[in-house]
Write a protein of this length. Structure first.
Length: 92
């Protein structure tokens, strides 16, 4: 499972899975097990805003902190995503 970074953000790894690349860009936030059970899922828009699809076990504080981190780093994160996927950003 590709991680966006090797460090944790608000106590969670940010990653995606190889079977997820058929969807638009998104970020899973999970503990060290990197499983979707209990993880949060954020779809990322082209301006760096994110839409929470699944909150998992994350608190409101953790969700807002991760969304702020995504907003600050989405362009760099998109490069990793787009190296494996032809899908773009979330469109609403």
């Amino acid at each position: 499972m590709p991680k966006y970074y090797d460090f944790k953000v608000y106590g969670y790894y940010l990653y995606f899975t190889s079977h997820c690349i058929i969807e638009c860009m998104h970020v899973h936030a999970s503990d060290s097990k990197l499983t979707e059970a209990g993880s949060a899922k954020f779809f990322v828009k082209s301006n760096g805003d994110s839409v929470l699809q699944n909150r998992g076990v994350l608190t409101d504080r953790e969700i807002h902190g991760i969304q702020a981190f995504i907003k600050e780093n989405y362009k760099e994160m998109y490069l990793k995503w787009s190296s494996l996927s032809d899908e773009g950003f979330y469109r609403s």
